[in-house]
Design a protein around this ligand. Structure first.
Ligand code: ATP
Length: 315
């Protein structure tokens, strides 16, 4: 049996993840499953805990299970990439949980735990990751998506918001992205952006955002990139530009089923190296976490991270 570690963000979903963990802990204890649990205490701690586990278990195969949201998964992924003997798994405990949508993991945390326990006996699947190089030449990996423009602006607002707490309390946490979109749509300043995809330069005026996806979902269930797959060695780029504020709202409704890609103002591309720059620096995010501003270069890291999940529809 592989050694099992849990990294729990007790603050995910505004503290409701603690309740989720208590349920999971009870099942693990009832089934006499041996594990160790660590709790994140601050932003960035998830990555540090992975390093700690890795030093303790040098060279041994271990499974690290994230119990939290996409932000915690992002931190753990960034710790795990340098330790090839670590396999990752995920139990949704956050507000958005797009990782579980994109990787076929049950949305119910208890069902996700049983799913994981079954997967422990199986081989892990190697998935693609995106790797961003920022202007300080630092690497930032993402598992879901990265973006520049309005999506990063909203991600920052969401992370700092009090309304998220309120919505989580009535189990509507994933609507927080919708709330901030509605708030930002009439004030956000669009920009010119230049993208170079595998050497081919494309310039866009009046751009709302550019999203680079490894899997289809963003922002708590929006199907921003319906064709993205973490197994194809490619990243999927979505550019929304030259669109009036009112029409953006209309197009936005269709993003929940991926219908937005039919609009002429929504352009999609695929590539394995994407350079994004702009005359003024524009906010960027990776997996919903603030990562500074443009210019940025993103590449695909093909079949880079072992993940324990093999739901139907996945390779
Ligand atoms: N103990 C802690 N106190 C405060 N913030 C923390 C703590 N542990 C982790 N964090 C930070 O909380 C942020 C949000 O965490 P996470 O994404 O897991 O939950 P969420 O926002 O509820 O879910 P989602 O991202 O799926 O919407 C992350 O940036 C993470 O670094």
């Amino acid at each position: 049996m592989k050694k099992l570690y849990f990294i729990i963000n007790p603050q995910a979903k505004n503290g409701r993840c603690q309740k989720v963990w208590r349920k999971l802990e009870k099942i693990l204890d009832e089934q006499n499953i041996s594990y160790e649990a660590f709790f994140t205490a601050y932003h960035g701690h998830g990555k540090e805990i992975v390093q700690l586990i890795s030093e303790k278990e040098t060279g041994k195969k271990v499974v690290i299970v994230v119990v939290g949201g996409d932000g915690t998964m992002h931190e753990v992924v960034n710790g795990a990439v340098v330790n090839k003997h670590i396999q990752l798994a995920y139990i949704p405990g956050g507000s958005g949980n797009d990782f579980s949508r994109g990787f076929g993991i049950p949305r119910n945390p208890v069902a996700a735990l049983y799913h994981l326990l079954r997967q422990l006996k199986e081989e892990a699947s190697l998935i693609d990751l995106g790797r961003i190089t920022n202007k300080d030449e630092e690497y930032i990996y993402f598992v879901n998506n990265m973006g520049v423009g309005l999506d990063a602006h909203i991600a920052r607002k969401v992370n700092l918001s009090k309304i998220k707490k309120l919505l989580n309390r009535v189990s509507l946490g994933k609507l927080v992205y919708v709330y901030f979109l509605l708030k930002s749509v009439f004030t956000y300043q669009r920009s010119s952006i230049e993208i170079i995809i595998d050497g081919k330069k494309i310039a866009f005026d009046s751009t709302w955002f550019v999203t680079v996806s490894n899997q289809p979902f963003f922002g708590g269930g929006m199907k921003i990139s319906p064709n993205a797959s973490p197994f194809d060695g490619q990243l999927n780029i979505t550019v929304v530009h030259n669109l009036s504020r009112l029409k953006l709202l209309f197009v936005f409704i269709t993003v929940f089923w991926g219908g937005h890609v039919a609009f002429k103002e929504v352009e999609t591309f695929t590539g394995s190296e994407i350079r994004i720059s702009s005359p003024d620096s524009i906010q960027a995010h990776a997996d919903g976490e603030d990562i500074g501003c443009t210019p940025l270069t993103t590449i695909t890291c093909r079949r880079f991270l072992p993940i324990l999940s093999k739901a139907s529809g996945m390779e």
